[in-house]
Design a binder for this molecule. Structure first.
Ligand SMILES: Nc1ncnc2c1ncn2[C@@H]1O[C@H](COP(=O)(O)OP(=O)(O)OP(=O)(O)O)[C@@H](O)[C@H]1O
Length: 257
């Protein structure tokens, strides 16, 4: 079953000179899949993610999440749909500095009228799973980038959404923390079949997914599957990136030694 289905999706940014950032993109993400989106700077990755995240409306085409088109919902229904169906992990973590780690993670549940005991239990479980119990009472400015992203992942997962949307989740992390974060996303995908769509410039991060979809100039360019040889998949990602053009800075496409 497809958790996400995108059909003929186009986006034209209006302005003095209208700009077509996405041109009739089709994409299906099956339940339990982990898919990365890559492409040169300006190719339309964030535009695509924003349409799926319902942060912006498509000019044409359809987004179906679990069979429902969120762009047809009223403002109130959309807020609830987003809260229930989607989990977000951003490059800059988007945590609330006035709250503790535990309170940040619990936040999505407080909007759902759950009992405090149940909320605490669920929060405790996910903190334990992500190894962040020791920092539960800290404020977000007292923890590291890697810890912050683990808190953000806990917050994204706690209400068990249908789809996790990750926008450059390792973009602000050193390679060790980035590796930890990718291991966690991979683990939740593996063990709980959490369907994940991630935008990244980083070939190493992309190599943790099962499929990479490349876009260029708003068009579908190519897609490759991991299979059972992750190292080979990584090299294949680098090859497509080299073919696509773009700078090393854009792709952080350093070959592993
Ligand atoms: N609000 C907007 N108004 C007009 N043009 C926009 C707007 N947002 C994005 N664009 C343009 O649409 C194109 C695609 O942008 P988008 O941010 O989706 O690319 P991207 O692949 O995510 O790039 P990057 O990797 O640099 O983040 C770019 O040419 C960009 O300048």
């Amino acid at each position: 079953m497809a958790i996400l289905e995108i059909k003929d999706l186009s986006k034209v940014y209006q302005g003095p000179v209208p700009y077509e950032a996405l041109k009739k993109i089709d994409l299906k993400v099956e339940a339990g899949e982990f898919v990365s989106i890559m492409g040169p700077s300006g190719s339309g990755k964030t535009t695509l993610l924003n349409m799926v995240a319902t942060l912006d409306k498509p000019t044409a085409g359809v987004v179906l999440i679990n069979g429902h088109n969120p762009h047809e919902l009223s403002k109130n229904d959309l807020a609830e749909f987003r809260r229930k169906e989607l989990g977000f992990v951003f490059q800059n973590f988007n945590l609330l500095p006035t709250l503790t780690v535990e309170e940040n993670i619990m936040l999505p549940l407080t909007l759902d009228d759950e009992s405090v005991m149940l909320m605490k239990e669920k929060t405790q479980d996910i903190m334990e799973e992500l190894g962040i119990l020791p920092i539960r009472d800290k404020r977000t400015y007292e923890i590291s980038g890697g810890e912050s992203q683990r808190v953000a992942i806990a917050r994204a997962l706690i209400h068990r959404p249908s789809l996790i949307l990750a926008d450059e989740p390792t973009g602000n992390l050193d390679s060790r923390s980035a590796g930890n974060v990718m291991h966690l996303l991979e683990k939740f995908n593996d063990e709980r079949q959490v369907t994940t769509l991630m935008v990244t410039h980083d070939a190493v991060s992309a190599s943790y997914s099962q499929r990479v979809v490349f876009i260029k100039d708003g068009n579908f360019f190519n897609e490759i599957y991991c299979g059972d040889d992750r190292e080979r998949f990584y090299q294949k990602i680098l090859d497509v990136l080299a073919h696509l053009g773009g700078t090393n800075h854009e792709f952080q496409a350093t070959r592993r030694t």
